[in-house]
Design a protein around this ligand. Structure first.
Ligand code: GLU
Length: 445
């Protein structure tokens, strides 16, 4: 790492003890930024990096609610409003027992660069709770969401901060959150949340956007090698919203997706995952992957283990952070891997990224490859602001143009900085320069 940046890194790490995921995200970005500071000494003078690593505002709050048996439950809520140089804070809410400040800050930090890369006017933020929606009734989820919003509402707004979904937060949760916001504020402020239902201000394509966008970005990477998804053998991790839509899009482009996973195990389906059945099991019935196996023949289910043991030419990690380590990466490379597109945020460990890059595997980091979700959220905000709603075709075309644009920005930035094909460098520098220029223009705030 560049010596000038090392000192800043050390201060950031010391100031945020115990937040290992945040440290990882910061260090990975810093490793790309040396050459930018050679060209732009003004960024150093204005302490852009120091400011970028310190969230503009961090909110932590108590979320009390009662479960179905009448017992009081207490969870912790978070919203980290990281950077508003380019627009209102924008980023999802994650409800998962692993959530603590370090996770929210890593996600919020990544979101700044991701959102900048989309070319849309959105800043970076993230939030969530250590609430575990698994096994909870709809009524419990509703009471939790209402309590969460009863504190959050005072911090958000269409010009201030616009939350959306992430792991554990989908259409159901956004509905309960929006209802409570509307009730407290007495405002039908559609643009305060994205990921809304289609009849009450949502956007077509938003549910599909993260998975579709990941595949579109990966297809653009494959094109640079004269290849495409057609005929590829694909492994996808996860089986939530991002994974399901990545599977659907990859197969629509002619690939066979032979495996996907959940936290209990993984499925191998050599004929190609049946997306209709997977949607029924996971989205309609809120079931587990095991239920998919019970209803389809010629399929095997591996309890525990790693889905990355299944060989593939294209890997799409769509589950969660640090799910793909150096050992798994080396195994995939040995078995003929061509490309990785990260549908999740930071799913590859730093070791895994190094293995992919050394082997010359096309590697699309999450902050570029999975930006289609938040980009389509920005399209939802645009429709809300104009009280309009667009067709599926028009919105999907906008998403495609945005993903092709992000690929182009990453590739041309990597070329410009003398490291062609390095999408990590391209994404980090491309996102950073845009935010840094805006921060410089807006003075010391
Ligand atoms: N949680 C998604 C992400 O990681 C989407 C955020 C949004 O739509 O605001 O980018």
């Amino acid at each position: 790492m560049d010596a000038r940046l090392e000192a800043v890194r050390d201060t950031v790490l010391a100031r945020n003890p115990g937040e290992s995921e945040f440290h990882q995200a910061v260090v990975e970005v810093f490793e790309s930024l040396g050459p930018v500071h050679d060209r732009h000494p003004e960024f150093l003078e204005a302490a852009i990096l120091e400011r970028l690593c310190e969230p503009e505002r961090q909110i932590i709050f108590r979320v009390p609610w009662t479960d179905d048996s009448g017992r009081v439950q207490i969870n912790r809520g978070f919203r980290v409003e990281f950077n508003s140089a380019l627009g209102p804070y924008k980023g999802g809410l994650r409800f998962h027992p692993s959530v603590y400040l370090g996770i929210v800050k890593f996600l919020g930090f990544e979101q700044i660069f991701k959102n900048a890369l989309t070319g849309m006017p959105i800043g970076g933020g993230k939030g969530g709770s250590d609430f575990d929606p698994r096994g909870r009734s709809d009524a419990e989820v509703m009471r939790f969401c209402q309590s969460f919003m009863t504190e959050l509402y005072r911090h958000i707004g269409e010009y201030t901060d616009v939350p959306a979904g992430d792991i554990g937060v989908g259409g159901r949760e956004i509905g309960y959150l929006f209802g409570q916001y509307k009730r407290i504020t007495n405002r039908y402020e559609s643009g305060v949340l994205t990921g809304k239902g289609i009849s009450w201000g949502g956007s077509l394509v938003r549910p599909e956007a993260t998975g579709f966008g990941t595949v579109i970005f990966t297809e653009e990477m494959l094109k640079t090698r004269g290849s495409s998804f057609d005929g590829q053998r694909v492994v996808v991790s996860g089986s939530g919203n991002v994974a399901i839509n990545a599977i659907a899009k990859a197969q629509a482009l002619g690939a066979t997706v032979v495996a996907c996973s959940d936290s209990s195990g993984y499925v191998v389906d050599e004929a190609g995952i049946d997306v209709g059945l997977l949607r029924q099991v996971k989205e309609v019935e809120r079931g587990r992957l095991k239920d998919y196996v019970l209803r389809r023949s010629g399929v095997s289910y591996v309890e525990a283990g790693s889905v990355w043991d299944v060989d593939a030419t294209v890997a799409l990690p769509c589950a969660t952070q640090n799910e793909l380590d150096g050992g798994a990466a080396a195994r995939l490379v040995r078995n003929g891997l061509l490309a990785v597109g990260e549908g999740a945020n930071m799913p590859s460990t730093r070791d895994a990224v190094a293995v992919f890059q050394e082997a010359g595997v096309l590697f699309g980091p999450g902050k570029a490859a999975n930006a289609g979700g938040v980009a389509t959220s920005a399209l939802e905000m645009q429709q809300n602001a104009s009280r309009d709603s667009w067709s599926f075709e028009h919105t999907e075309q906008r998403l495609t143009d945005i993903m092709v644009g992000i690929h182009h920005r990453c590739a041309s930035t990597a070329d410009e900085y003398g490291d062609p094909g390095n999408y990590v460098l391209g994404a980090n520098i491309g996102g950073f320069v845009k935010v840094a220029d805006a921060m410089l223009a807006q003075g010391l705030i």
